[in-house]
Design a protein around this ligand. Structure first.
Ligand code: DGY
Length: 323
C-alpha cells in the first residue's frame, strides 16, 4: 500500500523522526527554520498530513479556495490556537493534538517560575554571574515566602490540576481556582483546591496567580489592565499557558507602577518577540517557552502524533482529535 505523504515542519526528537520515516513517506524540515505562510500553504497543497507546532501559524487564509491534499493536521503540542480549526474542518481536514503527556512538565515549569520570581532566583543568579555578590547579609535580596500562601489558578484542566496538587500538597498552599464550567467540589478537593465563581474573586484572593486556560478566542486579553488592578499589589503572575491571554503592555505598566509585584512568563503574545519593557525588569523571570521541553515529554508528544496520524490513515478515529 502506498505510504501517506507527510510533512514535519520542525525538527523533532530523533527517536520519533525515525518512526515517522519508517511508517510514512516523510519529509522533514532539516533546516529547522520556521516555515512561512507560503511554505505552509504549499505543504497543505502537496502532503496528505502536515505536522506543525506552536511556532507555525495556520490561519483561515491557508485553508482558502485552492486544492488541498492535506487530510489531517497532526499538531505537535496540546494547545492549538495557532490553527484555525473551523477553517480546517470546513475543508474536511481533521486536526489532532497531544494532551496528557506534557501535564507534569508544564506544571513543573509553572512551579519553577513561581519559585524563581518569589525567591528572586533570576536576579540572584545574574548577581553571582556578574561577580558583584558581596556576601551574605540579613537584608540581601529579600523575597516572598511561598509555603502556606494562596494560589489562584485560572483554568482547571489537566495542567491547572497538576499545579494545584504541587502547591497544595507540596507547599501547603490554599488553592482557589476559576474554571468556565463547574467542577465537582469532591474532584476539586482531590487536587487540594476549591472553585470560586469569578476570575475577579480568584485574583483578589491570590498571592500567586497561575494561568492554565487555553489561548485565543475569548481568552485573548483575559488578564487586562482592569484584572491586573484586581490583583493584590504584592501578588505575582505566572503564565505558562499562552501569551495572548495577558495584555503584555498592561502587564508592563502594572509592574512598572508597582500595581503587582512580579511576573514569571514562559509564553508571549508574538513569540519569539519578548517586549523590551519586560526584559528590562528585575522582578520578571522570562523563559523561552520551555513548558514541555524535557526529553521524555518531547518524545511522548511525538509518539502521540504518530498514534494520531497512524489511526487516521488506517481508517480509525485518531485518539486526540479536536476537529
Ligand atoms: C503546547 O503543547 O501547547 C505547548 O505550549 C508547546 O510545548
Amino acid at each position: 500500500m502506498k505510504k501517506a505523504r507527510i510533512l514535519v515542519t520542525r525538527r523533532w526528537p530523533q527517536a520519533v523522526e525515525a518512526v515517522l520515516a519508517e511508517r510514512f513517506d516523510a519529509e522533514f524540515n532539516t533546516s529547522d527554520r520556521p516555515m512561512d505562510q507560503a511554505m505552509l500553504a504549499d505543504a497543505l497543497a502537496r502532503f496528505d498530513a502536515v505536522l506543525p507546532t506552536v511556532s507555525d501559524r495556520l490561519p483561515a487564509a491557508l485553508f482558502g479556495q485552492g486544492a488541498l491534499a492535506a487530510r489531517i493536521i497532526g499538531n505537535y503540542g496540546v494547545g492549538y490556537n495557532h490553527i484555525d480549526i473551523a477553517a480546517a474542518s470546513a475543508r474536511g481536514i481533521a486536526v489532532t493534538n497531544t494532551p496528557g503527556v506534557l501535564t507534569d512538565c508544564t506544571a513543573d515549569i509553572a512551579m519553577t517560575l513561581l519559585l524563581s520570581v518569589a525567591r528572586r532566583a533570576g536576579e540572584g543568579e545574574r548577581e553571582v554571574r556578574a561577580g558583584v555578590w558581596t556576601g551574605w547579609r540579613p537584608t540581601h535580596m529579600i523575597g516572598t515566602k511561598v509555603t502556606g500562601k494562596t494560589l489562584g489558578i485560572i483554568g482547571f484542566g489537566r495542567i491547572g490540576k497538576a499545579m494545584a496538587r504541587r502547591c497544595h500538597f507540596g507547599f501547603d498552599m490554599d488553592v482557589v481556582f476559576y474554571n468556565r464550567s463547574r467542577v465537582d467540589p469532591a474532584e476539586a478537593a482531590r487536587h487540594g483546591a476549591r472553585q470560586l465563581d469569578t476570575v475577579e474573586e480568584v485574583l483578589a484572593a491570590a498571592d500567586f496567580v497561575s494561568l492554565h486556560c487555553p489561548g485565543g478566542g475569548e481568552n485573548t486579553g483575559l488578564i487586562d489592565a482592569r484584572r491586573l488592578q484586581a490583583m493584590k499589589p504584592s501578588a505575582l503572575l505566572i503564565n505558562t499557558a499562552r501569551g495572548d491571554i495577558v495584555d503584555e503592555a498592561a502587564l508592563a505598566s502594572a509592574l512598572a507602577e508597582g500595581r503587582i509585584a512580579g511576573a514569571g512568563l514562559d509564553v508571549y503574545a508574538a513569540e519569539p518577540h519578548v517586549p523590551e519593557a519586560l526584559r528590562q525588569m528585575e522582578n520578571v523571570v522570562l523563559l523561552p517557552h520551555l513548558g514541555s521541553a524535557t526529553a521524555e515529554t518531547r518524545i511522548a508528544m511525538g509518539m502521540k502524533v504518530v498514534d494520531n496520524i497512524t489511526a487516521f490513515f488506517e481508517g480509525r478515529e485518531p485518539p486526540d482529535r479536536v476537529a
